[in-house]
Design a protein around this ligand. Structure first.
Ligand code: NAD
Length: 527
């Protein structure tokens, strides 16, 4: 019989699920690391929340262990590398707290529209200020949602029921999926322009860090309210405080901060028109039970029938497949990542094509790995080769694999193409010798670049002096160029430079590059 150790406080329901599945369950909450190390060798499964640290040292002693189940999303308390090395599957429970977070966001919008927090403080202070706290109704107003994944889509549903109109921005959702939800898709500018209330539900990525800043705040409707229950770094809190103090924004509610908790003297703490909560999004009885029940069900199914759900680490591939695909696996992820950062609007299909010698290898792993690279930039939940295909399908993104044994200029070529409403982007790479990965095509441009680290992509007119100006501007800003690859279309109407640099240039430096003669567009990506 399989034995499961519950090392953090799950819920009685969750423990019962494990027992009902015929597992022998011990609940030993709050054990010191040494005590845990002394007994872990007896167990096949381990269930934790965030308190128990599943370290490499603990895993070394876990000779029978097959699975670690984490009730919740973040797996920072589990040494994933050590677990993978030892063949232990680690699962989490994404989505268990989505309703809780969406309801908090709705509560915040309503509090702001009706001044609930400020009015409470006023009554407690002995005042009775009916005029000052005249509010607004949700019905007929426009909600702007940025990010319509698990949480954003639940908020959309609830706000439609409140008779709001909803406009949303999510670069990674197909128009069909948006239509099913009942939202109008727009670009970000459209959201800022139209929304009376804006709610953020995006992961923290290079694209979303500082998304709400002085510039974007200035473009929001006067009197609009902003809600952030996503991640602290998405909002520039000082700029938000300034927009509230000036009266441009009508109010703001934050559940997440950077850092947490906000330090004493933080400018938001002294303002009336704000609602602040201590990262309470997932803190409901129901969510805590839901993630515990989910982890128990997943553990039971895995130990009884081998079913893998929400695994965050990846079983290693058979040795022969690894030998065949070798450096093409990380290349696939880099190409997916590049495509993910250049993503066209409303993506609907990803095509992973291989040609030449590589066409003889099983390509499913390459396709999954490309999806991992792509989805990493858009999803909050960690994805891996096992979960990426399903996560893509859920978002209306079809995956197609193509293979052609005839070589196309290279002995082996791997290409990732993302097609969408806003056009398509295609990137390709190869491996020189046994290990030297090269990016050989970005859109229409043939290049030869290293797909690693910070890169600058610059489109320009095919005119003399552009590269010199680029080098001088970056050099003056202390950005060292490691490699540069130049390309142009056959008709010489467009030229392109791909630069591998040692550090990411600041937004200011990018603006300087943008202002150079003949430069059409410039952007940075990190691979
Ligand atoms: P999710 O991965 O299901 O959805 C995120 C959505 O954001 C996706 O649809 C994705 O396409 C979209 N997105 C990615 N980059 C974008 C961009 N640049 N612009 C617009 N949209 C973009 O994630 P989720 O489960 O809905 O979680 C959303 C956020 O809520 C995450 O940041 C998560 O960490 C946070 N969260 C907070 C709490 C809390 O306690 N406050 C609890 C759980 C989750």
């Amino acid at each position: 019989m399989h034995r499961v150790l519950v090392a953090d406080d799950l819920s009685p329901e969750a423990v019962q699920i494990l027992r009902d599945a015929g597992l022998e369950v011990d609940v030993r909450v709050g054990l010191k690391p040494e005590a845990l190390e002394a007994i872990i060798g007896d167990y096949d499964g381990l269930a934790v929340r965030s308190a128990t640290k599943v370290t490499a040292r603990l895993l070394e002693r876990a000779t029978r262990l097959k699975i670690v189940g984490r009730a919740g999303v973040g797996v920072d308390n589990v040494d994933l590398e050590a677990a993978t090395r030892r063949g232990v599957v680690v699962m989490n429970t994404p989505g268990g707290s989505s309703t809780a977070v969406a309801e908090l966001a709705l509560a915040m919008i309503m509090s702001l529209f009706r001044h609930v927090a400020a009015a409470t403080a006023s009554v407690k202070a002995g005042r009775w200020e009916k005029k000052r706290f005249q509010g607004r109704e949700l019905a007929g107003k426009t909600l702007g949602v940025v990010g319509i994944g698990n949480i954003g889509s639940i908020l959309v549903d609830r706000c439609l029921a409140m008779k709001m109109k909803v406009v949303a921005y999510d670069p990674f959702i197909s128009p069909e999926a948006a239509a099913r939800l009942g939202v109008t898709l727009s670009d970000l500018e459209g959201v800022w322009r139209a929304a009376d209330a804006i709610s953020l539900h995006v992961p923290l990525t290079e694209q979303t860090r500082g998304l709400i800043n002085a510039g974007t705040l200035a473009r929001m409707k006067r009197g609009a309210v902003l809600v952030n229950c996503s991640r602290g770094g998405v909002v520039d809190e000082a700029a938000l405080a300034a927009a509230l103090a000036s009266g441009h924004l009508g109010g703001a509610a934050l559940d997440v901060f950077e850092p947490e908790p906000p330090p004493a003297g933080h400018p938001l703490l002294g303002l009336d028109n704000v609602v602040l909560t201590p990262h309470l999004g997932a803190q409901t009885e129901e969510a805590q039970v839901a993630v515990a029940v989910a982890v128990a069900e997943q553990l039971a199914r895995y130990l009884e029938g081998g079913e893998v759900k929400n695994a965050v680490n990846v079983p290693s591939l058979p040795r022969e497949v690894l030998a065949q695909l070798g450096p093409y696996l990380p290349l696939a992820e880099r190409l997916g990542s590049l495509a993910g950062q250049l993503l066209p609007a409303g993506p609907t299909e990803v095509v992973v094509s291989v040609s030449g010698d590589l066409a003889a290898a099983p390509t499913r792993s390459l396709a999954s790995r490309a999806l991992v690279g792509l989805l990493r930039h858009v999803l909050d939940t960690p994805v891996n080769e096992v979960s990426a295909p399903a996560a893509a399908r859920e978002r209306g993104l079809a995956l197609r694999e193509e293979r052609a044994s005839a070589p196309q200029d290279y002995a082996s070529l791997l290409a990732v193409t993302v097609k969408g409403q806003g056009g398509e982007i295609s990137v390709a790479g190869t491996v020189y010798g046994k290990t030297e990965a090269r990016l050989v095509r970005v859109g229409a441009f043939r290049i030869e670049a290293v797909p690693a680290g910070p890169c600058i992509l610059c489109e320009n007119d095919d005119a003399p002096g552009v590269v010199g100006n680029l080098g001088t501007t970056l050099g003056a800003a202390g950005v060292n160029i490691a490699r540069i690859s130049l390309s142009r279309t056959d008709d010489r109407t467009r030229a392109f430079a791909f630069l591998n640099v040692d550090s990411v240039p600041s937004a200011q430096v990018l603006d300087q590059v943008r202002a150079l003669p003949h430069v059409r567009s410039v952007r940075t990506i990190t691979l």
